[in-house]
Design a binder for this molecule. Sequence first.
Ligand code: UDX
Length: 450
Amino acid sequence: MKIAMVGSGYVGLVSGACLAGFGHEVVCIDKDSAKIEKLENGIMPIYEPGLADLVAENVAAGRLSFSRDLPSAIQGASAIFIAVGTPSRRGDGHADLSFVYAVAEEVGRNLKEPAVIVDKSTVPVGTGDEVARILSLSGAPEGTSVVSNPEFLREGAAIGDFKQPDRIVIGAEDDFGREVMAEVYRPLTRNQTAILFTSRRSAEVIKYAGNAFLATKITFINEMADLCEKVGGNVQDVARGIGLDNRIGPKFLHAGPGYGGSCFPKDTLALLKTAEDYESPLRIVEAVVKVNETRKRAMGRKIIEALGGQARGKRVAMLGLTFKPNTDDMRDSPAIAIAQTLADAGAEIVAYDPEGMEEARALLPEVTMAGGAYEAIEGADAIALVTEWDAFRALDLDRVKQLATAPIFVDMRNVYNPDQMKAAGFTYISVGRDSVCQDAASPRPEPAIA
Ligand code: UDX
């Protein structure tokens, strides 16, 4: 089957390469000439494990190509995916759909044979209807179908997520749409992947509801972590204890500095806007957004407390800046608010991230970037592990102690074992677990007896 992927950003490129890997003939289109030129030369515009190899393999096999010429590249395609950005609109938090609508219009003007137009971008409910309207107004052939097929790709694990998804959601209003989409994903039905056919609007809601639910789960366990710190519980035991209940499940219960990234913050805000427009308040999601925002700065204050309440003139080493490991993405990373809180309090910040420093330089001009973890740690009054990159999971603790000015370690991802850190001579503060302090027997106040 011939497939056109309009938009060669993160979602478009991963989806296009994976669909080519299924055996389809895919052309990835983008109006950014520099990006297409890079791709034609085998240079990936984003960092995603396995992507460069997958692209090279499929280009060599003649199944994957790149183009900046939408009008000709879409001809003959049975499915034309729209995978362009839907950023938060400045000022009001609504998803900005101008790129989606511009593609719909250009496709409508140029398409010669009926095809299935697939909304892959994350778009608010009702966008599919509007895309159908624009296509028809701009002259798309009779019988052209519009379906919604949301993506559930995690950065850093996107290729695995695409090839072994928990489910595929297809929101279609006609048989043509359903049949073409069943063909697109047929290779996956061999390994029994569930394909859920719904109405177009339901599919659009599923995407936002799924992300809002996951953001809620993370925020819930983060607040439980705060409670554990006060009452003397261990949030990892609590997460395991509740996660073993099948109805809850063990995933997305890792307490940390709050969620970030390109999806959860943007999608929860867009969902709230939709709720407002339809006068159907989503109070839980509202609370989640607020709690998560506050948490990021609170994590900066946690480091200041570890420094004894005074950060002026102190040097803090931040290990990890991206919103999670295995990505170079800094969008809405908790590290930004943490660094700003530290800088506002007068701290000097030295950071290292395996992939994110280029993006971080522009966002965090007050932060000095180091060439490696140990270089960042040298002379630090406190070390904060912010993103759980593998490279930070097995630090040479003796070397860390020697290099740092003070052995204070704030572990925002609970990577290390408190007993091990105590034995290694660190004052160790993590999330939702007892702190270990070298100076006092226990820095935690005794739980109040209710
Ligand atoms: C997410 C969704 O998982 C994916 O389905 C959707 O398509 C896009 O948004 P992504 O943003 O790449 O993917 O990252 P994810 O792995 O979901 O993590 C999001 C954020 O939540 C990160 O900041 C991560 O550190 C945080 N997180 C995740 C936690 O703090 N605790 C957890 O238990 C899980």
